[in-house]
Design a protein around this ligand. Structure first.
Ligand SMILES: NC(=O)c1ccc[n+]([C@@H]2O[C@H](COP(=O)([O-])OP(=O)(O)OC[C@H]3O[C@@H](n4cnc5c(N)ncnc54)[C@H](OP(=O)(O)O)[C@@H]3O)[C@@H](O)[C@H]2O)c1
Length: 253
């Protein structure tokens, strides 16, 4: 299937490693110009240079999504550098953790406000696109009990609601908004590699809960995001796509 992504312009946050990086890699392979950010300046420069090798324009900047002013300034700068924005993937998360008030505020500022500020700042650019798509990255932790009452789980749930509300609100401008809930995703250097080392019992229990006996890969999540970002998913908006290899056990209607 030709995803018709060639020539589109995408902004992805947190794209030096993990899922965000694989989304950037795949979109670059599909001919999408990219602007990426993360906090580590050297890693951002390396990632942008690697992505450029595919022949697309790839620009990057070290930005902490938590710093609202710097983040919004970078988003505008990124859209100007690309000459517009068709695709926005706010991928950065503050991650899990049990659980202080500090964590709740951090997860709110990074996961929720990082997404809301991004959508609001880029809205004028998305309005100019003939195939605008916003893909929010939530988690199956938003859908079922996972580990405990973490800020991460609650803030990821907020994103699913926000995606739906925004999709209806801006649908008449031709902008689609969806969310993706990855289940556990394993990659070297990722959270699950760390958990495998520090809490092997929990890791094994999690793997056993996945019918195929293997966690998802960042590439598999990138495939889903690329489809949602592409004009080929034009009929899908306001939806939450669970991409968890059967990890969650609820029936989804
Ligand atoms: N991995 C999983 O099993 C899983 C499952 C469900 C959902 N998810 C979601 O998928 C998304 C990506 O997860 P991941 O596991 O790929 O994450 P990751 O490996 O921790 O990668 C995070 C990326 O974001 C950047 N980053 C982190 N904090 C940042 C900040 N405050 N400002 C700017 N950049 C920041 C990191 O670079 P720097 O450190 O240099 O900033 C890196 O590029 C997250 O929203 C996560 O909640 C992951």
């Amino acid at each position: 299937m030709n995803l018709e992504l060639n020539g589109k312009k995408a902004i992805i946050t947190g794209a030096t490693r993990g899922i965000g990086r694989r989304i950037a890699n795949l979109l670059a392979e599909e001919g999408v110009d990219l602007a990426i950010c993360a906090r580590d300046e050297e890693e951002v420069a390396e990632a942008a240079a690697e992505l450029s090798k595919t022949g697309v324009k790839a620009v990057g900047k070290a930005v902490n999504v938590r710093d609202g002013d710097a983040y919004k300034a970078w988003l505008s700068e990124a859209a100007d550098a690309l000459g517009g924005c068709d695709i926005f993937v706010p991928n950065v998360s503050a991650g899990g953790g049990m659980d202080s008030e500090k964590n709740w505020i951090k997860n709110f500022e990074i996961d929720v406000m990082g997404t809301v500020r991004g959508c609001e700042t880029l809205m004028p650019h998305l309005e100019q696109s003939d195939s605008a798509s916003v893909v929010l990255i939530s988690s199956t932790n938003a859908l079922e009990f996972f580990a405990g009452p973490m800020a991460y789980n609650a803030m990821k749930a907020a994103l699913i609601n926000y995606a739906k509300q925004l999709a209806i609100f801006v649908g008449n401008k031709g902008i689609r908004v969806n969310s993706v809930c990855p289940g556990p995703v394993y990659f070297d250097g990722g959270a699950w590699e760390m958990i495998k080392g520090t809490n092997p019992k929990f890791y094994d229990k999690t793997v056993r809960a996945i019918p195929r006996g293997e966690m998802g890969t960042p590439e598999e999540i990138a495939n889903v995001v690329a489809f949602l970002a592409s004009p080929k998913s034009s009929v899908i908006t306001g939806s939450n796509i669970v991409a968890d290899a059967g990890y969650t056990k609820r029936v989804q209607y």
